[in-house]
Design a protein around this ligand. Structure first.
Ligand code: ADP
Ligand code: ZN
Length: 817
């Protein structure tokens, strides 16, 4: 009798076996979806892992419910990649499945179905079943899959729902419901008929007595870049100064036509002008040649080029070559924010051959992209995306580019799989036979070490393109500014002067402060009470705009009371600096400057990133204040000054990576200054002007940072000199997590003796009412990771067998880098 082993999208330690009929066995292949009953009679979507003839041990195989795919949606070499992720990052295949596949691919009985946010469906084109479902959704705004089984009076409803989801007729409720409505932008043009000489003559004749309409028409021609060009309707109105009513008359007369385009699809719908090939300068050509040599010899390449040296241009050249060979290209960035700016730039080279993929896209859009990649649609020759795009079903992935490879955002923290996008990309490239380039101006110590030990190839671009000098960096001693009482708020004299000068020259400023909100601490001036989060072991951050105290970890918030909650004293003091306060102080110090803030609070919506970035690009903003979001890879042409409000919080962080990260962050944010014209300026305010990292930043001396770091890490045994597995324990009772983690550490010590550190409380020892303990295991390079992980898993099995420990959550960070 034939059987299938399946992956269920649940955290199960093993595959489950179901029986199939001979007919089913004939069509099923690994990577296809089937619906199966699990846990009583609930239905789940599972993925076929393998087919065989062996009955399972210990339970009787149940028959599957039905086959959902005709072709695999995941290929076998990708399943092997899933397997690698699961074993390397110590999680289950079900965890990987949930991260890898768009949610809409995994319908189950409990899935909640919602009406679509798209336009009305065309009733004439609906099947009976589709009609019934949409009708039911009109009366109930949400239905479970189980309800739909009753409505359709049949068991097998998943295929119907699946196809409706793919057509965008319905959507599923996701855990974090994205309350996102696409934004539409109106575009307008003169009908092509009237764009000929004759046509235009007729129309002008017709409008001979409508002066304003004529003017608006002529304005269109001024703005339109080429024949039949669509231009933004609101821009036409704004720049012509003529009222919208006039536009309407021209629309009514059929001289103008209008179309609505979804903002995030603008570029693909409107066809960005392609630009002719860029020719590389000698340094860039050399770097490209070196990169290609190493790639051809099968090596991973680290491309180390200072900020604005033209790394992106090199990626483009490499990608073009891959496309010529008919291969696909994956261009990875650490954060969604970066896709917004890169997309236009890449479209100038690749036109419509590029698709963006990341988690903020709707379920429907993610499914669409998945299917497009699957059928090798020309739109998906180049994929620009965040780490989750690694899981797309590429068939001929020729090249992976990991841009800003040093960025910690490549790591997924929660939920499992807790994987590192860069490292997983290296493994994927190996298993698919793709070439891979890791690029950065400030490589991670790990990757640079892989170059020094000869494991990775290396290519370098030492200077900025067009001989623009690297920005000049100045350190300002805050202690002295305070002593002399010349500091205004948090702005030193040199910083304020430099801002003034920059604005006078009609250039722009970026100010960086790594904390959001107004101030991270509020303190009673009388008793010293500091409001804390109810659920976490952290102080509440004051948000002035909302008049609230907020926890940045769990979202808890309360209104800021006038008096101290402990003693009733009326005067409260704020300590520490957040982006809101920087913005507020600027309002007082430079009331005429146009200031905008870019941090987590101002960028929640799907389009808010690109809105701020576009406004800054268009110079509607003079000063951009932000958290690390402003440091990342953004390419602005008119920024001449970057100010770092306070470097100390970055450097004094108790983590072995603090200095590496501090260096990277400061160099990256500095790199936003003076990218295209003249030398930029960077001002770093600090209480420790003699700090070694600041000296390295002052001289842009990456090598000094790397050498010092490697020395320290060898001495104190940190990666990459060794490897570390971090294990977190979480429980709502302190006593229990304390005892459980101690038990675990004792068992680990029997095997790994002094290489086990802890248990200890991490920096934040309670989060969302869960107490946390952690254990670090240091693993020498010559010791097998696989064996180590097996031992840990074995200890965990004994741990789980102890009843009072079973409820403790054990979380693995299998690479503490
Ligand atoms: P990086 O990715 O290293 O930060 P970019 O590729 O963004 O650098 O280059 C910085 C700026 O210089 C960009 O505006 C880019 O278009 C321009 N540039 C770089 N190299 C060239 C080149 N060879 N020809 C024309 N412009 C270039
Ligand atoms: Zn909290």
């Amino acid at each position: 009798m034939p059987y299938v082993d399946v992956i269920l999208p649940l955290a199960l330690d093993k595959l489950y076996t179901y029986s199939v009929t001979d007919d089913q066995a004939g069509i099923l292949r690994p990577g296809m979806r089937i619906a199966v009953p699990f846990k009583r009679s609930k239905l789940y979507t599972a993925l076929v892992h393998s087919l065989h003839e062996d009955a399972p041990q210990g339970y009787e195989a149940r028959p599957i419910d039905q086959v959902l795919d005709q072709e695999p949606i995941v290929f076998e070499d990708h399943l092997a990649f899933w397997q690698w992720i699961a074993s390397y990052y110590m999680c289950t295949l079900g965890d990987v499945m949930r991260t890898a596949l768009p949610g809409a691919f995994m319908l189950e009985s409990e899935t909640v179905i919602l009406p679509s946010v798209k336009e009305e469906a065309n009733e004439a084109e609906l099947t009976d079943n589709q009609f019934l479902i949409l009708e039911a959704l009109q009366n109930n705004s949400a239905l479970k899959v189980g309800d739909i089984q009753r409505i359709l009076e049949r068991q097998r409803v998943l295929p119907v729902l699946q196809s409706m989801m793919e057509e965008g007729l319905i959507q599923m409720k996701e855990k974090i419901q994205e309350r996102y409505r696409p934004k539409w932008v109106k575009y307008i043009r003169v009908l092509p008929d009237y764009q000929t000489d004759e046509g235009l003559a007729t129309v002008l004749e017709q409008l001979s007595r409508a002066e304003k309409q004529k003017t608006l028409l002529m304005h269109y021609f001024k703005l339109a870049g080429k024949l039949n060009d669509w231009i933004s309707s609101s821009e036409l109105i704004k720049s012509s100064g003529i009222s919208a009513a006039i536009r309407k008359s021209l629309l009514d007369k059929g001289i103008f036509e209008e179309k609505k385009v979804r903002e995030d699809r603008l570029n693909t719908e409107l066809h960005v002008e392609k630009i002719s090939d860029i020719s590389l300068n000698p340094q860039q050509s050399q770097a490209l040649a070196n990169t290609e040599d190493h790639l051809d010899s099968g090596k991973v390449v680290l491309l180390h080029g200072v900020t604005a040296s033209g790394k992106t241009e090199i990626y483009v050249k490499l990608a073009q070559k891959a496309l010529i060979k008919g291969e696909q290209v994956l261009y990875m960035v650490p954060e969604i924010a970066l896709t917004a700016q890169l997309i236009t730039r890449l479209q100038q080279h690749f036109g419509d051959a590029i698709t963006v993929y990341h988690s903020r896209y709707s379920v429907h859009e993610r499914v669409e992209t998945w299917n497009n990649v699957l059928k090798e649609s020309p739109k998906t020759k180049v994929i620009l995306g965040t780490r989750s795009s690694l899981f797309l079903p590429f068939r001929k992935l020729g090249l992976i580019i990991v841009d800003e490879e040093h960025d910690p955002s490549y790591k997924q923290f929660d939920p499992a799989p807790r994987y590192h996008g860069r490292d997983a990309a290296v493994v994927l490239a190996k298993s698919l036979g793709s070439q891979i380039v890791l690029g950065s101006a400030t490589p991670s110590v790990t990757s640079y070490n892989n170059h020094s030990t000869g494991k990775y190839g290396y290519a370098q671009i030492p200077d900025r393109y067009k001989e623009i000098l690297m920005p000049e960096v100045h350190l300002v001693d805050l202690k002295e500014q305070h002593r002399k009482k010349i500091i205004q708020g948090h702005f030193s004299v040199p910083l304020l002067e430099a801002i003034g000068e920059t604005l006078a020259n009609k250039e722009q400023v970026i100010l960086f402060q790594n904390r959001r909100g107004y101030s991270p601490i509020v303190e009673c001036t009388s008793c010293g009470h500091i409001p804390q989060c109810q659920n976490c072991d952290v102080s509440l951050t004051y948000h002035q705009y909302r008049g609230e105290l907020r926890c940045h970890y769990c979202g808890y918030h309360e209104t800021l009371e006038v008096g101290c909650a402990a003693c009733g004293n009326q005067s409260l003091d704020t300590k520490g600096l957040g982006t809101e306060q920087v913005e507020t102080e600027l309002g007082t110090l430079l009331p005429d400057a146009r200031v905008m803030r870019m941090d987590y609070d101002t960028t929640r919506g799907k389009h808010s990133y690109s809105k701020i970035i576009t406004a800054f690009e268009k110079r509607d903003i003079d000063i951009l204040v932000g958290t690390q979001m402003v440091t990342k890879g953004l390419d602005f042409r008119h920024v001449n000054l970057v100010g770092i409000m306070n470097a100390d919080t970055l450097l004094n962080f108790p983590d072995y990576r603090a200095h590496e990260r501090g260096y990277q962050l400061l160099m990256q944010v500095a790199g936003r200054a003076g990218r295209t014209k003249k030398q930029g300026q960077v001002i770093i305010q600090t209480y420790q002007p003699v700090h070694p990292v600041l000296k390295q930043v002052l001289h842009g001396d990456y090598k000094a940072m790397f050498d010092r770091q490697m020395k320290e890490r060898e001495q104190f045994r940190y990666p990459p000199a060794i490897r570390i597995i971090r294990i977190e324990f979480k429980h709502k009772e302190y006593q229990r997590v304390q005892e459980g983690s101690s038990w675990f550490a004792r068992s680990l010590r029997q095997e790994f003796s002094s290489n086990v550190l802890g248990p200890e409380s991490p920096l934040i020892s309670r989060l969302r009412n869960q107490y946390i303990k952690q254990i670090l295991i240091k693993i020498p390079l010559e010791v097998s990771m696989a064996q180590t992980k097996n031992s840990i898993k074995r200890i965990q099995r004994s741990f789980n067998a102890i009843s009072q420990y079973r409820s403790i959550r054990v979380i693995y960070h299998a690479d503490h880098i």
